[in-house]
Design a protein around this ligand. Sequence first.
Ligand SMILES: [Zn+2]
Length: 354
Amino acid sequence: MKAIVKKIGQKGVFVKDTDFIENLGVTIRTLYTGVCGTDREIANDALPFIRAENGNELIIGHEAIGIVEDPGDSDQFKKGDLVVPMVRRPGKCQLCKIGHQDYCIDGDFVEAGIRGKNGFMREKFRDDEKFLLKVKDKEIQEIGVLTEPTKNVMKIMETFKFLSSRVPWYCGDSTFSCKNLYIYGTGSEALLISFVFSTLGFNIFLVNRHPVSDKIQSIINGIGASFLDSSSEDYENKLSRNRPDVIIDAVGSSEILRKSVEKINNNGIIILFGTSGQLMEKNEDITGYIVDKNISIAGSVDGSKENYREAIEFISSNKNRFPFKDLITGIGSPENIDKIAKKDKDEIKYIIKW
Ligand SMILES: [Zn+2]
């Protein structure tokens, strides 16, 4: 069986013929796996917390959709069912025990394709039915691979709803139409955030430090959002004219975050998702702004099984409303190994067809 493997401590990733398969209930044939920033970091030896399941080799890949080949003794799944596997698997803490490994207390979880568990970039895997979600809509076989990044957005939405309940937060007419949402980043995760949050009626601005491709610009225009180039001279003016109420950071840029904290409206909400996100890079005093303005700041990582279910539901019911298909800018074979390490120009999401 073909698999994409990382040898810990050795440069790059490679295709390997392996006979590794779990000794668990449901056998799944992989259809597609997505490549994200974490896979790129693995391929470029830049992910410090990578860990093998056994020995020193890890099968990578954590965004996947597959088809049940043999349900074993599962009564939930049958042959031919479309399924999405979960990435993070519980450890032993109180929250892991109740299905909230996304809020794990002690960090004693494993993550498929990242730390301590073999991932999904292989022709076949076996899994416990507890960690599989059924995709009833057969039309989303390809875009269903976006479930994993979309479940992160569902958790961000959950976090937003919690934070916005701190004070009455709606506009005078009960809508969010007077509120400005800034999303940092213009990659697939940022665009998925814009899709989901546009359903609440925000004025949405996607921000990056460089201009975007025509394709990304047209996706942004298509949902009625705007793009702002933070390296352009009039960025600060634009920021002052449309002060943010909500900031969701999907890139981890402390510099653009700092600029916006100064401009954010009172009672603003900041949700950090970008993994290299640091609030204060050069020790600037932004705490004053945070306190004076009653700003809520929350980190958000991963998501629960319920967030996966919401993601599948969102993609399925909005497949004709949002251009999920346009996010997938490349489909390659496992042998195209260089595509994992290096992002193509104008790429949004590259996926592997198994
Ligand atoms: Zn835990």
